[in-house]
Design a protein around this ligand. Sequence first.
Ligand code: PLP
Length: 397
Amino acid sequence: MPGFEIFGAEERKQVNDVLESGVLMRYGFDGMRNNHWKALEFETAFAKRMDAKYCQLVSSGTAALTVALASAGIGAGDEVIMPTFTFVASFESILALGAVPILVDIDDTLTVDPKAVEAAITPKTKCVMPVHMCGSMADLRALKAICKEHNLILLEDACQAIGGTYEGKALGSYGDLGCFSFDYVKTITCGEGGAVLTNNKKYALHADHYQDHGHDHIGNDRGAESHPFLGYNFRISELNAAVGLAQLDKLDGILKIQKDNYTILRNALETVQGVTFRKVPEGGEENYSFLSFYLPTEELTQKAHKALIDAGVDACFYWYTNNWHYINGWEHLRNLKSLGNLPAEVKNQMQDLNNTDFSKSDAIMSRTISSLIKIGWKEKQVHERAEALKKAIASVL
Ligand SMILES: *Cc1c(COP(=O)(O)O)cnc(C)c1O
């Protein structure tokens, strides 16, 4: 998946445009910048590629989630429903606003189970945040129906699934808001960066102001701009945006290679009895950045993971015991360890995560292995990997 594998002359050229003028900031300095507006150019190109009306670039994927939530008016005590399998950024962004993360089970799509979402709704619920983990999506049709019925905001975290589609729409453009990360290990990278997509003019305006201290961006004198509401600094720099512009041009090529490599690995694993695959909701197409599969039991899955390591098959993840991605590893969240005092709403409304039943998630995560799909593999390497993968898994079944 990582765009860093193909960093090259195109990225250098874009960055040099910025270095030659020395204007590293996305706003102002009109006379000095040789007409380079890399962040703005990226936003226009990305919105077009994703077929969304508005794009707001920010400094990270975590910032994108925070800005998206803030733009939709989420604040203290509002409950945001999120999955047990995700990246820590989900609850970080929610907590940053004084809102309350409510964790719910996933299903065999490896994303939130719509039934669990529905069961978690309270009068305080404001937003549902599905996370399209490992290149594939949540059941967005079901989630949209739930959000419509209960008047909730649907915010897609598409940080790991850029380029995937659902019912012909780009992931991240289906809900009210969608978020992307361009950190160093994502499908395309800016070094650090993120984006918010929306078709909602009000949210787009809020995002524009919020990520830049509440500046209204009217006129061309930053010092004279007014601040309709409080904001923060989540701006991206021109240097980062420049890298992203070059990477965005490579996105479709990356997706094609991922699909080819994924297909070779999948065809090999299909022949192994006992292996099943992550469910992709009807109407969806993955971005093929990971191949995720299930084994029959936790014990066999742990054996298989060990067999893969012993066979030298790298980049295979067993998320169940991983620090970053599954609730098992989030001791700091479960025990609410924070540097300073947390808002009373958070303390009062948080689930007791040490004693909440997530056995449905455990039953899936404990049997899941994901292989990263690299784009730098040579064809011979992919075929060798397919054989090694097949052999290692078959050896434990
Ligand atoms: C990477 C990632 C993020 C956060 O992105 P950063 O740019 O690293 O802050 C959020 N959600 C998911 C699912 C991610 O994988």
